[in-house]
Design a protein around this ligand. Structure first.
Ligand code: RIB
Ligand code: CA
Length: 297
């Protein structure tokens, strides 16, 4: 059995973030989650940070540090989306609220510190707007080459989800996305085109309700308001890369035009710097997710 991957999740919980994190924490034999760093995205930073702490607590992993990051995008104004995720980011989960004790250390400085001191190259799972990563890579451009892999949920080949053109994570902070995608880290992009169709039948979630506190929380959240498993696909890629078809691409981000801000222009080319997910074996994906989450029974 290979050594577990050392991974940091940059996250803005968010219901699908919660699902992605519960799945990652269930697979502790294959993923060693070193820390969570939180961003402003689905909700404001204080809310996403509190939600991240509630998630690690619910998974029985309050040993995992949660570091709060940048409170706003680099240049854009932040527009949270509580109508999708609930005012606390985990709408309907029933997870206990927590004292919002801040964790010492800013996410950006902690990202740099953890990457620097890692005995083996770290994997970064970016399931939020990319502000924290952009600041870290601007402060220390050399970090890009120190990463084993950077896996990002974001962008879209075709229509967006927050505007006609843009996917949410990129739309919130397109300047950060431009910086991160140009940083030449070994990057895999998981775009909306492959995540939007991952919305299993409602009864599939009923099966999850038997998987302890995390399973019950997921079933409740999806019963309250179902949504595609966007961020879950990043965790799935880390766990089961053989389910994925990748394509070498060049990826550009629109930052100036207010109407198309956050649009990603994804062009396949053999010498492209970014691996973009082109397809997933969804049947095996759902099977693998259920068997992995059953550890919470
Ligand atoms: O477009 C989907 C992405 O935006 C996901 O990361 C979801 O959590 C929201 O942040
Ligand atoms: Ca997210």
């Amino acid at each position: 059995m290979a050594e577990p991957l050392d991974v940091i999740f940059d996250t803005d919980p968010g219901k699908d973030d919660a699902f992605a994190l519960f799945l990652a924490l269930a697979a502790s034999d294959r993923l060693n989650v070193l820390a969570l760093t939180t961003a402003a995205g689905n909700l404001g930073l204080e809310t996403t940070t509190a939600a991240a702490r509630r998630i690690v607590e619910a998974a029985g992993r309050s040993d995992i540090p949660v570091y709060s990051g940048c409170p706003a995008p680099l240049l854009s104004t932040h527009e949270p989306i509580p109508h999708f995720h609930g005012a606390d980011g985990l709408g309907g989960s029933g997870l206990p609220q927590m004292a919002r004790r801040p964790q010492a250390g800013h996410a950006v400085t902690k990202l740099i510190e953890l990457i620097d001191k890692a005995s083996a190259p770290l994997t970064l799972a970016a399931i939020a707007p990319l502000t924290n990563l952009a600041v870290a890579l601007t402060m220390r451009p050399d970090l890009a080459a120190k990463l084993a892999r950077l896996v990002i949920m974001g962008g879209a080949r075709a229509a967006g989800n927050i505007t006609d053109h843009a996917e949410f994570n990129i739309h919130v902070d397109p300047h950060a996305a431009q910086i991160v995608l140009a940083a030449s880290a070994p990057t895999v992009l998981v775009p909306l085109d492959v995540t939007r169709p991952t919305l299993p039948e409602p009864h599939w979630f009923d099966g999850l309700a038997g998987f302890g506190v995390p399973g019950r929380a997921l079933a409740r959240m999806w019963r309250e308001r179902a949504m595609p498993l966007h961020d879950v696909i990043v965790t799935a890629y880390l766990l089961w890369p053989d389910l994925f078809a990748l394509e070498r691409c060049r990826v550009e981000v629109d930052v100036d035009d207010q109407e198309t801000r956050g649009r990603t222009r994804i062009e396949a080319c053999a010498d492209g710097p970014i691996d973009v997910v082109a397809d997933i074996d969804r049947k095996r994906l759902y099977e693998n997710i259920v068997s992995t989450l059953s550890v919470y029974r």
